[in-house]
Design a protein around this ligand. Sequence first.
Ligand code: SF4
Ligand code: SF4
Length: 161
Amino acid sequence: MEKKDKPGDFAASDIFSLLVETSEKKKRKQREELLAPLGVKEFFVDGKITIDKRTCKGVECKLCIKACPTNALFWKSSGEVGITEELCIYCGACVLNCIVDDCIKIVRRRENGEMERFSTPRTYTMLENAINTRKRHERVKAIFPTTEDYLKLYKPQMTLP
Ligand code: SF4
Ligand code: SF4
């Protein structure tokens, strides 16, 4: 027999989703306020950054802290790199500068829902290259929707079938 939800179940789940939504909104607002004075543009809806404390070279290095454009990374009194998640815009500058592969891991989501993840300068560069190639392709497609359109301009002497 099909189990029916009690009226109270709906109310509880509604309140829960409302609370989650409110806290998300609060977080976003706080983030906007923190980032506004820095004048940085956000390209990602959300993301996650982690640093592997077992492989981090810490005090001998600190390159990620120097590279971070928003001061999201800082040196903790406990002797490790700290992260202020509210300030991280998931730009990847820290990964690009990190001397240890897979030490800093970043997962980020674009507005169209696309997820990107990288943890080495190589994977970051490959990702950026793929994005730039796609953008170039889209721009060319917008100007020349078909091969014929391209040939009309650049090969006027050619006769098309
Ligand atoms: S991803 Fe960018 S903003 Fe975030 S900690 Fe790394 S360098 Fe800083
Ligand atoms: S750049 Fe990498 S190894 Fe160096 S302190 Fe930052 S996380 Fe640690």
